[in-house]
Design a protein around this ligand. Structure first.
Ligand code: PHE
Length: 470
């Protein structure tokens, strides 16, 4: 009832379609592009992953982003309200979607802490120290409170921005910083290609090797696509609800996709060829690549740059810090507004509750790497795995990206394909502009995407329990 009432209240709108594109891009471009995409591409066969990813973005990603933003604009509600708008029994899809940021945010802030630490280290330490073998593992495995403190610093910055409500200022800053990040990434990519051995890595990144294709690769690419485009977790529904009735949704969605994907690909150019050069071969990269890739490889590149090294290192991590910050803010905002919707508590209480959750789970993540205060590393308690294998951070990432997001995406497709019907979305999109991808949208949402998600999940589970060999 209250949601229906809320729907009738006037809702703030983005200023024109570019306001929306930039806000959505600020949420989309973050650690997913700079940190997660390159290590996944390095791990899952380079070019094979790249192609799979691009195909998924322009088909499935497009359809889902259109669906989510249109759903938001049509209902003028955030994710839980948008689904229950069509009947209380559909509210669970929105609730499930809203749970995803609860899992992502803590580990996102752990990585945000790593970025903060590197940014500061370039001011206080020599680039050669940061580039030294074992610097990164020494940091995350060190039994002291280091990693916790850096995470706290990152969380504190996010909380300050969210509670001061200065997001707009940060977003404006981001508009300036994002082009600088792109220029730097281009410069680093070009430079790193001159490092001996990098060309082999370039081939690995660009030329698909079909023997590398697997259900796990597709699942990883799909999870990355959801993560990077901020899909299947309600964020785009909320953003869509602020999108003006008169602006062109399809145009905006395409721009966000192109922007986000271009930055991810660029990050791959910056990191993959040089990691093949540093680690010796693509095979080694494929077995060793993990969350630490960016932190282990780029400092080596910076160190080669002589006097410019400290400045470039600092600048680079500062830019990544800003990209991570704007994404973390949008994750925080989503959870804060959901907590408020459910508990009707004040915004301040909701921010405190969220921060407490993030810190507690962030500590659990950190305990996957190191023993703090004499507490045994949690991975040995949970038996989830050993270091370099399955960390708690990887495990949370796996639950959200590989399990929950495909399930939310599947439910969204079935809901639109068979409950409210694709035509409802199409009619809505057409109230403001033409819908060129109408056919693609219908076929994807109704048939291809659901069948594909189910098939890939089944194949993956069967493969994991050893029933089939993919
Ligand atoms: N898309 C962001 C990134 O690539 C992460 C994110 C996910 C941000 C979900 C907000 C919501 O880093």
């Amino acid at each position: 009832m209250s949601e229906k009432l809320a729907a009738t209240k006037s809702r703030a709108s983005w200023k024109g379609k570019w306001g929306f594109i930039l806000a959505a891009a600020a949420s989309a471009v973050g650690l997913g592009n700079m940190w997660r995409f390159p290590y996944l591409a390095a791990k899952y066969g380079g070019g094979t992953f790249l192609i799979t990813y691009i195909v998924l973005v322009v088909t499935f990603g497009f359809a889902l982003m259109m669906a989510e933003t249109a759903l938001g604009r049509m209902t003028k509600q955030s994710v839980t309200g948008a689904f229950s708008h069509f009947g209380g029994k559909f509210a669970f899809i929105g609730i499930l979607a809203a749970l995803v940021p609860l899992i992502i945010t803590p580990y996102y802030c752990v990585i945000g802490g790593w970025v903060t630490k590197y940014m500061v280290s370039y001011l206080t330490e020599l680039p050669s120290q940061i580039a030294a073998d074992g610097y990164f593992t020494g940091f995350i495995l060190s039994p002291g409170p280091d990693t916790f403190l850096w995470m706290l610093v990152f969380v504190a910055v996010v909380v300050i921005v969210v509670s001061l409500g200065v997001n707009r200022g940060i977003e404006n800053l981001n508009k300036v910083l994002m082009p600088v990040l792109i220029l730097m990434a281009v410069g680093i990519s070009v430079y790193s290609l001159t490092i001996p051995g990098a060309l082999e890595g370039l081939k690995y990144y660009l030329i698909p090797d079909l023997s590398k294709f697997s259900a796990e690769l597709v699942l990883a690419a799909m999870g990355q696509m959801f993560f990077s485009l901020s899909l299947a977790m309600g964020i785009m529904v909320t953003y869509g609800s602020y999108f003006s009735k008169d602006d062109d949704l399809e145009y905006s969605v395409r721009r966000i996709e192109i922007f986000d994907t271009a930055i991810a690909i660029l990050a791959g150019f910056m990191i993959i060829p040089v990691s093949v050069a540093v680690m010796g071969s693509a095979e080694v990269v494929a077995t060793k690549a993990g969350p630490g890739l960016m932190f282990g490889v780029l400092p080596v590149v910076f160190n080669d740059l002589g006097v410019a090294a400290p400045i470039l290192g600092f600048l680079f991590f500062l830019l990544v810090f800003f990209a991570a910050l704007t994404s973390a803010i949008s994750l925080f905002e989503t959870i804060v507004s959901c907590i408020q919707d459910f508990t009707h508590c004040s915004r301040t209480t909701s921010i405190i509750l969220n921060a407490a959750w993030v810190v507690v789970l962030g500590i659990v993540c950190n305990l996957g790497y190191n023993a703090w205060l004499g507490i045994d590393p949690m991975y040995s308690i949970f038996g989830i795995g050993a270091y370099q294998d399955h960390q708690i951070l990887d495990f949370m990432d796996f639950i959200s990206n590989t399990i929950m997001m495909p399930v939310v995406a599947l439910l969204t497709c079935v809901f639109i394909g068979f409950v409210i019907k694709p035509q409802t979305i199409i009619d809505h999109v057409k109230t403001s502009s033409a819908f060129k991808g109408e056919k693609l949208f219908t076929v994807m949402i109704k048939y291809v995407a659901p069948v594909f998600v189910v098939a890939i999940l089944i194949a993956y589970v069967m493969n994991t329990i050893g029933m089939i060999q993919l």
